[in-house]
Design a protein around this ligand. Structure first.
Ligand code: ATP
Ligand code: MG
Length: 353
């Protein structure tokens, strides 16, 4: 049986790119999993601390992400949905793994460099490991990520291309740990986690500038559709999406010369499991206005249930708060149980019990 693990940072309500590129795949995985497979979806709030300073916002974002995961159709009776910080074993295993993880390897990884240059764009030099702005939590982020995965002995981890390097690092952590503590390969503590690539799923671009990806960190609200946007807002945003006037009809799929059109085709395809190219073939000759209407209809329809559940789980009523607390409790309990099973073996293997 497979053990599937994935995490998402609590950084606000997910947008259409997060949905089509990741969350919808989580839901599909849940629905097509064999009954003996286990699924873990974590709201990785410890990772969120790498951007520190706003406690109220983090509190709100955690809760909003839980609402979002329930809204996209994750079922707490089928999938273990939990806050990373509720399961202290994540931090415990991170420390243990950090004692056998290579600093050199971490220093060659790209994420801390790009995050650092994003946060201080005026620095002309490449960020280095001795930059005062580089905090250790950001640097060692991949170790915590490895701990997340290994703690639940995940066998399969769905990730986008930006995370493949981190999965490779997690496998390196398995090797280092087993070797340092002389764990026989016949009786490994951690399986090597496999990557499930989400790259074949759509990459959704900004509605305001289709040469950039749709992104949470883009401050322009018109650049993205949130999964809880209402019908009017969705229609408005798609209507004003930047396309082009190259030709007033849809032709071949051409993401280089007609990125705005290609993006709408990708969005359309994302809801039906087709590529933008396939959709282009199908609606060749359609007007741009027709394409926008079709896209708006599809997104409104495709997100209808998500939006409905978002309203339901997001309600601020006593009954709902109680229900959400129960869901949090189930997730925490299941995740702790899974974590403790692994940690007992780990502690025994390294002399801590
Ligand atoms: P940020 O701009 O802060 O990096 P983000 O919008 O990229 O935020 P993440 O939290 O980095 O969101 O990503 C969450 C998941 O959504 C990841 O699996 C990522 O690959 C996927 N994802 C993010 N943006 C898109 C997009 N535009 N199209 C498809 N998938 C996306
Ligand atoms: Mg991102």
């Amino acid at each position: 049986p497979k053990i599937i693990f994935s995490g998402i940072q609590p950084t606000g309500v997910p947008h259409l790119g997060n949905y089509l590129g990741a969350l919808k795949q989580w839901k599909d995985m849940q629905d097509t999993a064999h009954h003996s497979d286990r699924l873990f979806f974590s709201i990785v709030d410890l990772h969120a601390l790498t951007i520190p300073g706003n406690a109220d916002k983090l509190r709100k974002n955690r809760r909003e992400m839980l609402t979002s995961l329930l809204a996209i159709g994750l079922n707490p009776e089928r999938s273990t949905i939990f806050y990373q910080s509720s399961v202290s074993q994540h931090a415990e295993l991170q420390w243990i793994l950090s004692c056998t993880a290579s600093t050199g390897y971490l220093s060659r990884m790209t994420q801390w460099k790009s995050k650092l240059s994003q946060s201080s764009p005026f620095q002309s030099d490449q960020p280095t490991i001795s930059s005062p702005a580089l905090k250790h939590g950001l640097f060692s982020y991949p170790i915590l990520q490895a701990a997340d995965i290994l703690l639940h002995t995940a066998t399969h981890v769905p990730v986008g291309s930006d995370q493949k390097q981190h999965l490779e690092f997690a496998r390196e952590c398995v090797t280092n740990f087993h070797s340092a503590w002389s764990i026989p390969s016949s009786r490994p503590i951690f399986p090597y986690p496999q990557t499930i690539s989400l790259d074949s799923s759509s990459r959704i671009m900004s509605l305001a500038d289709p040469t950039k990806k749709m992104s949470k960190s883009d401050p322009n609200p018109k650049s993205k559709i949130f999964i809880n946007d209402n019908e009017g807002v969705i229609r408005q945003k798609i209507k004003s999406a930047l396309t082009d006037s190259v030709s007033k009809v849809v032709g071949e799929y051409d993401s280089v010369n007609r990125p705005g059109v290609a993006n709408l085709l990708e969005i359309l395809g994302g809801f039906s499991g087709r590529t933008g190219r396939e959709v282009a073939e199908e609606i060749k000759g359609e007007s741009l206005l027709g394409l926008k209407t079709l896209t708006a209809d599809t997104v409104v329809d495709g997100l209808a249930e998500v939006r409905e559940r978002f309203m339901l789980f997001g309600q601020d009523t006593e009954v709902n708060r109680q229900r959400v607390r129960e869901i949090e409790d189930i997730g925490t309990r299941n995740a702790r149980e899974s974590a403790e099973r692994t940690m007992e073996k780990v502690r025994r293997a390294i002399g801590l019990s």
